[in-house]
Design a binder for this molecule. Structure first.
Ligand code: DAT
Ligand code: MG
Length: 141
């Protein structure tokens, strides 16, 4: 077995709606460990690096603007297959149609910004996780 790590973000909508505890509860209840956790206002540089793969897409500018508009909570979680496991907990990208039982499905819906306000980010592969952990927590590298 190989324990892996993933980068999770609680987005501004999760922080503003006071859902940090509810989301962390789900991560911990699933059995994952919390390696690092910090609330901060993300800089433009960090967000540009984090979302580099989406540059050029129509939602890129509003996404980066939204993510920098209010604090986020950055988390490194750890466990067997935590990358897939957290994506499963999070549910599909569009919170309006994410499955009940998931973070996005139970707690999310459309507010002002369609899809962009979907509560959480989770790395989608071991390569993304390593890259994203390096961006948000360079001291863990
Ligand atoms: P995910 O966060 O499920 O990995 P993604 O990596 O494809 O989704 O997109 C990154 C974020 O960009 C996503 O959490 C919300 C936003 N987004 C994705 N697709 C979008 C769309 N069609 N319209 C608006 N925002 C979108
Ligand atoms: Mg993604």
């Amino acid at each position: 077995m190989t324990t892996e790590r993933t980068l999770i973000l609680l987005k501004p909508d999760a922080v503003q709606r006071s859902l940090r505890g509810e989301i962390l509860r789900r991560i911990e209840a699933k059995g994952y460990g919390i390696v690092a956790l910090s609330q901060r206002l993300a800089t433009e540089d960090v967000l540009a690096a984090h979302y580099a793969e989406h540059e050029g897409k129509p939602f890129y500018a509003p996404l980066v603007e939204y993510m920098g508009s209010a604090p986020v909570v950055a988390i490194v979680a750890e466990g067997e297959r935590v990358i897939e496991g957290f994506r499963s907990l999070a549910g599909t990208t569009d919170p309006t149609v994410a499955a009940p039982g998931t973070i996005r499905g139970d707690l999310g819906r459309q507010w002002d910004l369609p899809v962009i306000q979907n509560l959480v980010h989770g790395s989608d592969s071991p390569e993304s996780a390593a890259r994203e952990i390096g961006i948000w927590f360079p001291e863990l590298g």
